[in-house]
Design a protein. Sequence first.
Length: 383
Amino acid sequence: MNNFVNHPIISVDEIIRPTHLEIDLKALAENFSRIKKHVSPAKVMPILKANAYGHGLIRVAQLMEELNADYLGVAVLEEGILLRQIGIKMPILILGGILGNQVPLFLKHNLTITAHSIEKLRQIDETAAQMKTKAKVHLKIDTGLERIGVHYYNAENFLEVSLKCKNIEVEGIFSHFANSESTDLTHAKLQLERFLEVLRFFEKHSLKKPIRHFSNSGAILQLPDANLDMVRPGIMLYGVYPSANVKKTIEVRPALTWKSNVVYFKVIRAGHPVGYGSTWQANHDVRSVTVPVGYGDGYMRSMSGKAEVLLNGKRYPVIGTISMDQIVVNIENDSAYNGDEVILIGSDGKNSITAEELAEWAGTIPYEILTSINTRVPRVYVE
Ligand SMILES: *Cc1c(COP(=O)(O)O)cnc(C)c1O
């Protein structure tokens, strides 16, 4: 089945662009079950924000539902509403901050709200009362990321208020790590201690604990003490590790291959510069191919002068400046033909080019590489 992301589902023969992503659903399913097995009995909330890290929100959500994941996590309200509109029934937590005027939409679509201040709790409570329903919320505690949430040192009052809100069900409580993928876990451990201290509130008052969750990929791999009742894997679900030095205690493999095809072959004469700004030229004739992908697809311009691609089992450099829709590849004296497959991210058996490598060329992290592959690139799902 093929999904043109944010578009109606289209069939194979309607894909006219050679540049596309192949998403290996089996790899996604295996990564999920490895994580699940590793953290059991903790529950798993796959994180599907930013178009499922580029893998296509709709199909990945359907797969996670088929695999009986416990919860889904996305960043923004619209992602949650889209999942409801395509018929996803499982619980969905919107991880990001909320505005009071969004609350009716959360309630209408049965989406779980992140409550990150006393003021927001009151807005949620009032709206739920007006709509004669009960709001499901997860309380967000800031233990050291300084983004959203109530500071751990002010949490007691926040928890007390939450329990007095008659129209709110406090289903969960969570925090988020700043450095869990690092080799130095000092700050992560401090954050965990702070969170555990906040959670003593429930014991002190003999209250049933809500679902406690904290761990992203880095912590799942390196800090099993933080698994608690549920974990929130993002990048590792897609088979990419959160950093180069993280302990790889769970084996996962990339689910995404980014492919294109040669659309043009030519010989470039010695001394004839290539591309915008004429940044590259050779002192001898070179053979080259042109491939229809560029920064307009998320193939980042900042990789100019560094990027390589796979063609017929070999690595070749991208030459000149990466433009919006096209790149030029230097194949020196080798041969290539129109229609030959080009791999931008992925493996051809012998060689591979990873999202991590693109991140290095672009001076960024693999998260940004994956989430930048935009909706102009069709996603094709293979079982
Ligand atoms: C993005 C995100 C995650 C997943 O992080 P990864 O490092 O991709 O595993 C988990 N929790 C929250 C709150 C997030 O925003």
